[in-house]
Design a protein around this ligand. Structure first.
Ligand SMILES: Nc1ncnc2c1ncn2[C@@H]1O[C@H](COP(=O)(O)OP(=O)(O)OP(=O)(O)O)[C@@H](O)[C@H]1O
Ligand SMILES: [Mg+2]
Length: 274
C-alpha cells in the first residue's frame, strides 16, 4: 500500500538498517589486522540483501557489528533512522556455526530467544510447536541435535532465529556445509519463508547462485580489508523459483558477480598477509 501521510512517507524513505563508513581492525599478538574499511551498506525494510566476498574479508565481522556483538572503530550504524547503539538483542542472528545446545532437544533449542526474553517455557513451546511443520521438523521436536541431519540442524537454528521475534534477521552462511540438493531445497524454502514473514534479511554467503536467487541486492566485498566493491540490484521477478537459475537474465547477473568475486579471491590468495 502506498504511504498515506507525510510521516509514513518519511518513514518509508528511512532504511531499516544503515551502516556508514564502518571501519574495524583487530589487534592480536602485537599485530594489527585491518578487517573492514569504510563500508557503507543499507537495507530497506522487508528487503533481502546478501553480502559475498572472499574468505576472511570481514563478512562475519560485519554481521557481528550489525548484531551489536562487535563495535566498529569508526563509522555509524542506524536502525529505523536512529542511532543503533543499543541494538544488541534487537536483531535475530544465526551465526556461521549453528550452535545448537547439545543438552536441549529441538523444541527447547528453538525457544531460546523467547525464553531469554522472559516468555514462559510452556507458552514459547506452544508457539514453536505451531511452526515445526513449516520448518520441516515435525516429529523431531524431542530429538537432540546429534540425532539430526545437517539440514535439520540448520532449519532448527533458523527457526530459533525466527522465534527470537525480531524484524531484522542476519544469516551467516546458513546452508554452508550442505550438499547441493539439500541446499537448493532450503534456498527455495527460505524464499517462501521470507515472503510469508515480511522480515528484513541480510545473508552472508559464498554461493553466488544463492545470493542471486534470494536477494533484492547483492553487496560484493573486496579482499581484506573488506570494502564495498560492487552493489548489484537483482531485478528478477518474484516469486522466484529454482528453475530461474538457468535463465539468461539470471546467468548474466551471476556472471558479473562471479567476475567481481574471482578478482577479489585472486587478490586474497596473492596477498594472504593482507
Ligand atoms: N575477534 C577477533 N580477533 C582477532 N581477529 C579476528 C577476530 N574476528 C575475526 N578476526 C579476523 O578478521 C578477519 C575477518 O574475519 P571474518 O570472520 O569476519 O571473515 P569472513 O569474511 O566471515 O570469512 P569466512 O568467509 O571464511 O567466514 C579474519 O582474518 C579473522 O581471523
Ligand atoms: Mg564468516
Amino acid at each position: 500500500m502506498p504511504p498515506t501521510t507525510r510521516l509514513e512517507s518519511a518513514r518509508a524513505m528511512v532504511p531499516k538498517l544503515e551502516l556508514a563508513g564502518i571501519r574495524k581492525q583487530f589487534s592480536f599478538a602485537g599485530k594489527t589486522l585491518p578487517v573492514l574499511e569504510g563500508v557503507d551498506l543499507s537495507v530497506e525494510e522487508g528487503e533481502f540483501v546478501s553480502v559475498i566476498g572472499p574468505s576472511g574479508c570481514g563478512k562475519s565481522t560485519l554481521l557481528n557489528i550489525m548484531a551489536g556483538l562487535e563495535e566498529p572503530d569508526q563509522g555509524t550504524l542506524c536502525m529505523d533512522g536512529a542511532d543503533a547503539a543499543g541494538r544488541l538483542g534487537k536483531v535475530g542472528y544465526m551465526p556461521q556455526k549453528d550452535l545448537l545446545l547439545p543438552w536441549r532437544n529441538v523444541l527447547d533449542n528453538t525457544i531460546l530467544g523467547p525464553e531469554l526474553q522472559g516468555v514462559s517455557r510452556s507458552r514459547a513451546r506452544q508457539q514453536a510447536l505451531g511452526l515445526m511443520e513449516r520448518f520441516g521438523l515435525k516429529g523431531f521436536e524431542g530429538h537432540y541435535p546429534f540425532l539430526l541431519s545437517g539440514g535439520m540442524r540448520q532449519r532448527a537454528a533458523l527457526l530459533r532465529t525466527v522465534l527470537a521475534g525480531r524484524d531484522v534477521i542476519l544469516l551467516d552462511e546458513p546452508f554452508g556445509a550442505l550438499d547441493a540438493l539439500t541446499r537448493s531445497r532450503l534456498q527455495e524454502w527460505l524464499l517462501e519463508l521470507w515472503s510469508g514473514l515480511g522480515k528484513t534479511m541480510v545473508l552472508v554467503t559464498h554461493d553466488v547462485d544463492e545470493a542471486t536467487l534470494l536477494s533484492d541486492r547483492v553487496y560484493v566485498l573486496t579482499a581484506r580489508p573488506g570494502r564495498v566493491k560492487m552493489v548489484m540490484p537483482v531485478a528478477l521477478p518474484r516469486p522466484r523459483t529454482l528453475d530461474m537459475v538457468t535463465q539468461p537474465a539470471f546467468l548474466s547477473l551471476k556472471a558479473s558477480l562471479m567476475t567481481a568475486l574471482r578478482e577479489e579471491d585472486l587478490r586474497a590468495q596473492e596477498e594472504p598477509w593482507r
